[in-house]
Design a protein. Structure first.
Lengths: 497, 635, 107
């Protein structure tokens, strides 16, 4: 049996399990077991992947299995993974696992909460293993829709507004995306023959240039909305601010990566010539994203807003690097996706935990938390340092790979863009240290914070999982970098020729 | 010669960091201190063994660079790969000795100084982390490894400056130090990117190879009238200037004195702040052959900084700040020496002198800081106005501090005399103006150091709340050891060991430079003695006489205010705030506008749905009829 | 006897059309829910006439039209039951059976 199917079966079984359990206390244990199994399976998958490779299997995609789903439109359920998808799957399992534990204390409609969360995760897993544009789109929608419920029901603040805004903007993106995907589909057989949604098949044909130029913006912006492409990023601050902790984690940590992944695997990979000729527009937009997001974060006062803007900046860097279209920069982009996913999930987890204790997210109302909740504060500092690109943590690896990769272009335009993007590391340091200084250090502002409790076991588990992942990537990036790089050679060749 | 044990020099401190950092809160503070100190003792011994083995096993005339080991950490492209490894050459071995010695002294000293502080274990964990990063920096085999550890020392400096994290001033100082150096590191990073792009390597040996891509096969690409190598080297120097607090990136160093005093001694006097000098020395062949313009800039900046900082040091009242500005000034000396140096044999005198000064400065400046720490420990104040007459209460501190002051003033035969003299000789031979500046600075140095010395240990006898007493042996022993090092390190045959091309250098004694430099030192000391030996009104008279200038210098020439204006007013208010507003109101407003437009249109047509069912049936029926008629008509 | 010879199909269609529009008018014009329901029944019956007539004239050897007519009757009965139940409930809720007053389901 194809091991990839477990990635879909386990969430399904977990949902069934949760639905059947009546005792609310047991619900979270069922989901915990399910998500741990998912994490385990991801690592097994990684092992199997290496095993296949070492036994000399050099296919682009491994564990490919196909089943016809809807004959007349040639829609297939086609699954398969390469190094990039495997690493994204690992990221998703880790973030889901810790997101699960962060929501340990959700009281209101607990059962429904966990079910929605797992549907979301299942959608993401499905997206990353799909090789068929239609199923990919299906899973994409499956991941986006539960977000509406999760924010609208379990959120805080102006939750209906934020949920609606987020969903509508993402749906708007989906609409563009659908046009793009259909455009690709109807041009997938320019010399006659059967139209197909199959990614690997489409990659072999040459889509007419005019069609590429027309449909590339649709596809790229469609995915870019989810990847917080300027100026379509404004759902991010509002959405994150209202979302419950685990949802923010999953959304910023994983869902936004769908955008980057899709931009690369669908928009650029399938429409390479258009990608080449239109890249400059999007390089400008992403450079703006990078710098603008970072500057925007300086002025914010709400922890979640700060992190949302920082996500805009970091995710901008992902798209920026992808558009550089060389092996190094693209490796960096994928590394950045993983690194940002872990980092931002950790940030949101910590913000949720701090909010749960102090009941405010305004940094100027808090101060000196290091003294009272040292565990959370230290982890927050580590997350901050990872975010500003300290060597030994994942952010550095990703950013440096991106910068070195981007610098391989010799023309002034790319150079200037790269240097501007580089400058974000300083601005990032400014806003991260500002938050750390105000929030964690200094004297305690409110005496009643003295009674705060430090992290409980599930919070520690969740935080430590993420910190360890960040540190492992940061200290020995070689394995991850080579895992990602492995399929890129062929893909970049396809892009540049 | 097998040097594979040197890996322990890096692994031990990082192990100490994790042990103390993770288990420290569960241990008795004393135990964590002892673990840290004894671990560092082993590391120090290892470095000494390394140095001994390295310097006694010279093959032929030249010291070879040995890559003890290196492994691939992260590949970027086929050629650009970050390796981690250990490179032994005279420069790095010398730095190993300096860093471990000073670090060990600081570790021992802190056992007494930090006794009973909250976060004692954390302190030792950070110290180990810093030692690890600094050692990793100096043994780096390639420029990117150096950048990695460069960032790590930056963050350990941040953590240690902000050690008293409940004090807002410490937090602000830590933040400032990190951000200023980070800004400089941006230049460093871009410099690395440029350099590595045109040379296709990160490796130091390949970069500094005289026939290598950086020097002999320089790309010749020109950008804005300067060769791209010059640009790269200037940007790399920007990183060095940030870490070494050269003007105008010096503003963080005086504030960094908010950290515990032993930390100032270790990081902000002896080791980390000279990383910039080390960086320039490391890439010296490229500077000299491919970017002489950059080297000239270094000389001017170094010279200006040394003068500028020395003037400010004369006016400051906080003893640690005086020492901080003195550090700036001395690093300026080192930069000048590099800037005026040539390459190979006699021309390389400046290079040798710079590193020699780095070597001796590490000891006497650490000694000064630790002595100051001892005084602060006794008096519980940083301000020299609240001190005086301490020679009777603290004899050991007094003697060692005096030794250090004499050393920095360049009085023979103490070590500072030799190293400073070499620098002046190099400057004299190269550039008379710079020589003149450095000569004057030597006098000012002697003046402000003895101003400090006399005010603390002589002068008035203020009423202390409790009688100051000599520090415990854990603090005085390092003082004595460092005092001995300051006295005798001048006799190390440095010109045989650390030179620009690895060959021994024959130095001559230049009376023409030595005598004036000693004289100007004596003059400075005499002035200080006249003004500060006893409490009198002369200092105020002098200050009044130079009122405008004095105020300027006292306010550090308002550089901080300029920065504050740029960051707070320009960047925060004029960039960040409008962007935040723009995002909320324009970009997001546009999105909301789309939504609101939809709502408006739907509002205006929603009335069609009146709830009157029969209306719907009318619409429906008439629609059907119309369609039917249409079909008939079309047919 | 041969009905086809005496009464042509057109008569049937005209009859069913008249019945249908009478029903439709009843639904549209009358405000009373009960009479509207009767209108609906008339429309259904018009359909039934069509089914039976077409079946008989065009496909005399098949029975689908008759079956459909029967099914429509059954459905009409069920529908009447539900509709009357609804009307009774509406009456209880609003104390009226006039559609003009029952317009809660709107924008």
């Amino acid at each position: 049996m194809n091991p990839l199917l477990f990635l879909l079966i386990i969430p399904l079984l977990t949902i069934v399990g949760i639905a059947m359990v009546n005792d609310l206390a047991k619900v979270r244990w069922v989901s915990a077991i399910g998500m741990s199994a998912q994490l385990l399976i991801s690592f097994v998958l990684l092992y199997l992947f290496y095993q296949q490779r070492s036994s000399g299997n050099t296919d682009d995609m491994l564990f490919v299995s196909t089943a016809t789903w809807y004959e007349s439109f040639n829609i297939q359920l086609k699954f398969g993974v390469d190094g990039i998808s495997i690493s994204m799957i690992l990221l998703t399992s880790i973030v889901t696992f810790s997101g699960m534990f962060v929501s340990w204390q959700v009281e209101f409609l607990r059962k429904e909460f966990f079910i929605s969360l797992i549907i979301l995760a299942g959608g993401v897993f499905g997206f990353f293993i799909s090789l068929d544009l239609f199923t990919m789109f299906l899973f994409y929608e499956m991941a986006v829709i539960p977000m509406y419920l999760l924010i609208g029901i379990w959120g805080s603040g102006p939750k209906e507004y934020s949920a609606m805004k987020l969903t509508l903007m993402l749906m708007g993106g989906s609409a563009l995306l659908l046009v793009g995907l259909l455009g690709i589909y109807f041009n997938s057989a320019p010399e006659g023959g059967k139209l197909t949604f199959d990614l690997t098949e489409i990659a072999k044909v040459h889509i007419p240039l005019s069609a590429q130029l027309f449909f590339f913006p649709f596809t790229f912006i469609g995915f870019g909305v989810l990847g917080a492409l300027f100026p379509f990023h404004t759902w991010s601050p509002d959405g994150h601010a209202s979302a419950p902790t685990a949802v923010s984690m999953l959304h910023a940590g994983v869902l936004m990566k769908l955008g980057g992944y899709g931009c690369f695997r669908v928009a650029m990979y399938l429409l390479p010539e258009a990608a080449h000729s239109l890249a400059w527009i999007f390089i400008i937009l992403t450079t703006i994203s990078v710098v603008y997001g970072a500057f925007g974060a300086i002025w914010q006062k709400d922890l979640k807003y700060i992190n949302a803007y920082s996500s805009v900046s970091h995710c901008g860097l992902v798209l920026f690097a992808l558009l550089m279209m060389n092996e190094t920069a693209t490796t960096g982009a994928i590394l950045q996706m993983i690194s940002h996913g872990l980092m931002t999930a950790l940030f949101f987890a910590l913000i949720g935990m701090i909010y749960g204790r102090t009941h405010t997210r305004m940094i100027n109302e808090m101060g000196g938390l290091m003294k009272v909740i040292p565990f959370l504060s230290v982890v927050y500092v580590i997350a901050g340092l990872a975010s500003l690109g300290l060597p030994g943590l994942s952010g550095f690896v990703a950013e440096m790979t991106i910068f070195v990769g981007s610098f391989q272009h010799t023309d002034t335009f790319h150079r200037v863009a790269t240097i501007l993007a580089c400058s974000s590391i300083v601005i990032t340091a400014v806003y991260i240290l500002r938050v750390v200084g105000i929030l964690l250090l200094g004297p305690i502002k409110n005496n009643h914070y003295l009674e705060l409790q430090d992290a409980q076991w599930f919070e520690k588990l969740s935080g430590v999982t993420l910190v360890v992942s960040i540190a492992i990537i940061g200290m020995s990036p070689f394995w991850l970098s080579s895992l990602i790089r492995e399929p890129l050679n062929q893909m970049i060749n396809h892009l540049t020729n | 010669m097998d040097f594979s044990y040197t890996i322990l020099i890096l692994l031990l401190p990082v192990a100490l960091f994790f042990i103390i950092g993770l288990l420290g809160s569960k241990m008795n503070p004393k135990v964590s201190g002892m673990i840290g100190t004894s671990g560092l003792f082993i590391i120090t011994l290892l470095s000494y063994v390394t140095a001994f083995n390295y310097f006694t096993h010279r093959t032929g005339e030249v010291f070879q660079s040995i890559e003890v080991f290196q492994f691939v950490w992260l590949p970027f492209t086929d050629r650009l790969v970050i390796h981690l490894g250990i490179l032994l050459d005279p420069l790095s071995v010398m730095m190993l000795v300096v860093i471990t010695t000073v670090s060990l002294m600081v570790h021992i000293y802190s056992l007494g100084y930090m006794k009973g502080e909250v976060g004692f274990a954390r302190y030792y964990a950070f110290l180990s982390f810093f030692t690890f990063s600094m050692l990793g920096l100096v043994v780096a085999t390639n420029i990117f490894q150096m950048y990695i550890f460069w960032e790590l020392v930056g963050v350990s400096s941040y953590l240690l400056i902000g050690f008293y994290y409940e004090r807002p001033s410490a937090v602000a100082a830590a933040k400032k130090a990190f951000i200023v150096t980070r800004f400089a590191d941006l230049g460093f990073l871009i410099g690395i990117l440029l350099l590595s792009f045109y040379t296709n390597t990160f490796d130091f040996i390949a970069l500094t190879d005289l026939n290598g891509p950086a020097i002999a096969q320089s790309s010749g690409v020109v950008f804005l009238g300067m060769s791209v190598t010059t640009w790269a080297m200037l940007l790399i120097f920007m990183g060095g200037a940030g870490k070494s607090a050269m003007f105008p990136l010096h503003i963080w160093l005086p504030d960094a004195m908010e950290g515990p005093t032993p930390v100032s001694a270790l990081i902000h006097a002896a080791t980390m702040v000279v990383a910039g000098v080390y960086l320039v020395a490391r890439l010296f062949p490229i500077y000299h052959f491919s970017a002489p313009g950059a080297l000239e800039v270094i000389a001017y900046i170094g010279s200006f900084t040394s003068l500028f900082a020395a003037v400010i040091a004369c006016t400051q009242l906080d003893i640690k700040r005086v020492l901080a500005y003195s550090t700036l000034s001395q690093i300026g000396y080192m930069m000048v020496a590099l800037g005026v140096s040539g390459y190979g044999s006699e021309a390389g005198l400046g290079y040798m002198a710079s590193l020699f000064h780095l070597f001796t400065h590490a000891f006497f400046k650490a000694l000064l800081f630790l002595g100051a720490g001892s005084v602060i420990h006794a008096v519980h104040s940083n301000l020299m106005t609240e001190m005086g007459g301490l020679r009777k209460h603290m004899p050991i501190t007094h003697i060692t501090f005096l030794v250090a002051c004499l050393t920095i003033s360049g009085i023979p035969p103490l070590s500072g005399f030799f190293s400073k003299d070499e620098i002046l000789v190099a400057a004299f031979e190269h550039h008379k103006l710079i020589f003149a500046v450095q000569w004057i600075v030597a006098g000012i140095t002697a003046f402000y150091m003895f101003r400090l010395y006399f005010t603390i240990f002589w002068n008035s006898n203020p009423q202390y709340n409790h009688v100051p007493h000599e520090s415990p042996p854990t603090m005085t022993i390092p003082l004595v050891i460092l005092a001995l090092a300051s006295v005798f390190s001048g006799f190390v045959p440095f010109h045989d060991l650390v030179t620009s091309d690895g060959r021994a250098l024959i130095t001559e004694f230049h009376w023409i430079v030595a005598i004036p430099s000693v004289l100007v030192g004596m003059v400075g000391i005499s002035f200080a003695a006249v003004l500060y030996y006893k409490k009198n009104s002369k200092p105020e008279t002098v200050a009044k006489g130079l009122k405008a200038f004095y105020t300027m210098a006292y306010q550090k020439f308002y550089i901080d205010e300029v920065y504050l204006f740029v960051t707070h007013k320009v960047i925060f208010q004029f960039i960040s705030r409008p962007i935040a507003w723009f995002d909320r109101h324009i970009v997001d407003g546009a999105m909301n506008l789309i939504g609101n437009t939809t709502v408006f249109f739907s509002g205006s047509i929603k009335k069609m749905q009146s709830g009157q069912m029969q209306e719907y049936i009318w619409y429906f029926t008439s629609g059907v009829l119309l369609l039917t008629l249409l079909i008939f008509y079309l047919n | 006897m041969n009905l086809q010879a005496e009464i042509p199909l057109d008569y049937m269609i005209v009859l069913s059309t008249i019945v249908f529009f009478v029903g439709l008018m009843g639904v549209i014009i009358r405000r009373n829910l009960i009479t509207m329901l009767m209108g609906i029944e008339l429309m259904l019956n018009a359909v039934n006439i069509n089914f039976v007539a077409f079946n008989h004239y065009l496909f005399p050897h098949r029975l689908e039209g008759h079956f459909f007519a029967l099914i429509v009757m059954a459905i009409a009965a069920a529908e009447a039951a539900i509709a009357i139940a609804l009307i009774i409930n509406i009456y209880r809720q609003f104390a009226t059976v006039s559609v003009d007053d029952v317009d809660e389901l709107k924008y």
